[in-house]
Ligand binder design. Structure first.
Ligand SMILES: [Zn+2]
Length: 294
């Protein structure tokens, strides 16, 4: 059985912590480096639900993409929700390890997993890491869609391939437009619009797109947008990471049991289609809040 320190060293080789963004907080949050590890659970979010799942599984290590503490804290009292997670973990001898932006920019990284889930062929990073001579690491990925498909068909594929969430998939663009190149970025992607425009792709798949960046991007170019739930765009990384650790375990004869959380931890829990329709743009009239058509 490997020690936690040995498993962490293997994870750090996949996602070197020094490649995390300067504002990020990655690495081991709790855990005894000399404890033995037999079972590992991968999840996107270090929330009570996934911590409880790790307890139920009998895992000794929970690896999450999102940090538990992004900024410093002065308490891990169980009266706080984060402190309760820490208490549950330590009481059950479970270590917590975080691979966040160091996993985003890795080769393979979070966006490779997203591209793979959507059957896209990665041609390079969207924002290359200048320290990578091979030009494979960096944020986001530029991909080819082989064969090209209409935006409507491609959006249906995104909806079918990503795990279901309350949000579902939001799409901006002409459903009949032909898509042959796609930029993908797991997690919040609206800071990357300049890079997406520079890449000259037909569509951008990401999460958390806000009104103004999305609206401005649509006004400037015919770029199609596909906005999925943040959790759903990063979940494929859990499967990719679990397969990577499985391979390492086989190579070392560790016999680790590696699991992927199926718990949907996206914060949105239901979605209601609006039922009030405004007059069509052909007869754009001022909105009458009384609801009477005019
Ligand atoms: Zn994220």
């Amino acid at each position: 059985m490997p020690l936690l320190s040995e498993v962490i060293a293997a994870l750090d080789a996949l996602w070197p912590p020094e490649r995390a963004e300067s504002w990020d907080a990655v690495g081991t949050v709790c855990g005894d480096p000399d404890a033995e590890v037999t079972r590992v659970l991968f999840a996107v979010d270090p929330v009570q639900e996934t911590v409880d799942e790790a307890v139920r599984l009998g895992a000794n290590l929970l690896v999450t993409h999102h940090p538990l503490y992004l900024r410093g804290t002065t308490t891990v009292a169980a009266s706080t929700f984060k402190g309760r997670a820490v208490h549950t973990l330590i009481k059950n001898d479970i270590a917590l390890h975080v691979a966040h932006t160091n996993a985003d920019s890795a080769d393979p990284g979070v966006s490779d997993a997203l591209a793979g889930a959507l059957d896209l062929r990665v041609t390079g990073p969207l924002v290359p890491d200048p320290t990578d001579a091979q030009g494979r690491r960096g944020l986001g990925r530029v991909c080819a869609l082989d064969p090209p498909a209409t935006l409507g068909h491609f959006a249906a594929r995104v909806a079918a391939r990503l795990p279901a969430t309350a949000q579902g998939i939001r799409v901006a663009g002409d459903p009949d437009a032909l898509i042959s190149t796609v930029a993908v970025s797991g997690g919040s992607g609206d800071s990357l619009f300049a890079d997406v425009r520079a890449a000259g792709v037909d569509a951008f798949v990401t999460a958390d797109l806000r009104h103004h960046p999305a609206s401005e991007a649509r006004e400037q170019t015919p770029l199609a947008l596909i906005d999925a739930a943040h959790w759903a765009t990063e979940w494929p990384w859990c499967e990719q990471a679990a397969a990577q650790l499985d391979e390492i375990s086989d190579r070392h004869g560790w016999d680790l049991r590696v699991h992927v959380s199926k718990t949907v931890t996206d914060p949105w829990t239901s979605h209601h289609a609006p039922t009030t329709t405004l007059p069509t743009s052909a007869s754009r009239a001022p909105f009458d809040p009384s609801g009477a058509p005019n």
